[in-house]
Ligand binder design. Structure first.
Ligand code: ATP
Ligand code: MG
Ligand code: FE
Length: 334
């Protein structure tokens, strides 16, 4: 089964051809980061305009790189949400048009499910499993009893962890998005500042990162007012240590209550070196029977391959959409 997948929920225009939900025949990703950088964040109107300009070419390239003609494609999958409404609409309109023109079923995919299924492009998913979803807009612990079934057991009550990274990056004058750069700086610094670890001992699976974000930003501002020079590497290392501590602690707590076969980390922040290191270390001693997986770095951020991977199960279930499919900017998992 070959699925052409389209992703346009934020600032990446992407198309991919995926075979049987596991094999990438192509995965073309056009990032718009350069266009949004000077604004310090994603500007929705600019994102939409870029998607319109790029989408046809990206789909053509994905088909070419996969060596595919339209008669070889079984279905067209597209991100329905969550994301920016104008950005989602471009991908959805393209997918509908192609589905109509080539007589293919249209499969709507949840972007967050896509992030989780990015792992399926590397090794088979085994259920039940738990996923720690950490991205620019989400921080969630998701229990999956079976393929296609999602139960959000905990989530952030305010900021997503990626959002906290990017806002601190802005205050540190780093180019948008700051997450990757802060991770690099953290590796050169030391955890010398004792930043808060909100909700770490609370008996639930929820998170809160706005207090941590404010603590770091206030620390920087206060030092600046006193004319003090703080080492940005130490700020980065201390912030990362606090954020990772909470993510790891809550995940291990969930693993104690939910007996699962795998822990799949997903989303842009799954690229984080501190998170990778600490989760590996603590799971080796505290959850040795659970297999831990991270997607390769190229599949942590937004891409269409993960949408094609998630669409495979839906194709089997014939979860098809009509041509009146609408964008759902606030679409929830499960
Ligand atoms: P969502 O998936 O919730 O809709 P999004 O699609 O914007 O949001 P992703 O593309 O999954 O988010 O991830 C982008 C986020 O990942 C950004 O906040 C970015 O700073 C962060 N990020 C990328 N690499 C790293 C890293 N090494 N360490 C920490 N954060 C990182
Ligand atoms: Mg992006
Ligand atoms: Fe994403």
């Amino acid at each position: 089964t070959k699925i052409l997948a389209i992703e346009s929920s934020c600032d990446e225009t992407s198309a991919a051809v995926i075979e049987n939900g596991t094999q990438q025949l192509s995965n073309v990703v056009a990032s718009q980061i350069k266009s949004h950088m000077r604004f310090g964040g994603v500007v929705p109107e600019i994102a939409s305009r870029h998607h319109v300009e790029q989408i046809t070419q990206i789909v053509d390239t994905a088909m070419e790189e996969a060596d595919c003609t339209w008669d070889m494609i079984d279905a067209i999958a597209v991100t329905q949400g969550p994301g920016l409404v104008g950005a989602l609409l471009i991908g959805i309109t393209a997918a509908k048009t192609l589905a109509f023109a080539h007589h293919k079923p249209l499969i709507p995919v949840n972007h967050m499910a896509g992030h989780i299924y990015a792992n399926q492009l590397v090794q088979p998913m085994e259920f039940p499993l738990l996923s720690l979803v950490v991205s620019g807009g989400h921080t969630e612990l998701v229990y999956m009893p079976a393929d296609g079934e999602f139960e959000v057991i905990g989530e952030t009550r305010d900021d997503a962890v990626g959002e906290a990274y990017d806002k601190i990056g802005r205050v540190l004058d780093l180019p948008y998005p700051g997450g990757k750069k802060i991770d690099e700086m953290a590796q050169e610094g030391e955890d010398v500042y004792d930043y808060p670890r909100a909700m770490i001992t609370e008996e639930n699976y929820d998170f809160s990162f706005s207090g941590l974000k404010s603590a770091v930003i206030n620390h920087l501002h206060n030092a600046e007012q006193r004319g003090e020079q703080l080492e940005p590497q130490h700020i980065a290392a201390s912030f990362q240590a606090a954020a990772v501590d909470v993510l790891v602690e809550k995940t291990l707590r969930a693993l104690k209550e939910y007996p699962v076969k795998q822990l799949l980390v997903a989303g842009g922040v799954a690229a984080n070196s501190g998170l990778r290191h600490d989760l590996k270390q603590r799971m080796a001693t505290e959850a040795p029977d659970v297999a831990l997986y991270f997607p390769p770095l190229s599949l942590c951020g937004d891409n269409a391959a993960m949408i094609g991977a998630a669409a495979y199960h839906l194709y089997g279930q014939k979860v098809y959409a009509d041509l009146d499919l609408d964008a759902k900017p606030g679409l929830l998992l499960g």
